[in-house]
Design a protein around this ligand. Sequence first.
Ligand SMILES: [Zn+2]
Length: 81
Amino acid sequence: MLSKKPVVRLTGQKRHQYSTKKFVGREFGSLIVSGFDGSDDSGHTYWRCLCVCGKIAVERTDNLTSGRTRSCGCKQNGGLK
Ligand SMILES: [Zn+2]
C-alpha cells in the first residue's frame, strides 16, 4: 500500500473541478466508485463503479446516493418492492 500516487496540484483556478474525491472509493451496495466519468447537459454526473462481480458500471450520482443502484445489474433479485 505504499504505491505513489500522482500529486495533484491545486492552483485554485479550476473551479469546475467537481468534488470528485468525495465519491471515489465510496461503496454503494456492491459498487465501489473508481472514478469520475463525466456529466451530461442536465447537470447529472456519472461515476465509473467497480462491481463485486468484476464488471464496470457507469452510474448516475443520484441513483447511487438514493440507493436505487446497488450493483451493475447482477444483483437485481429481491431488489424490487
Ligand atoms: Zn455486478
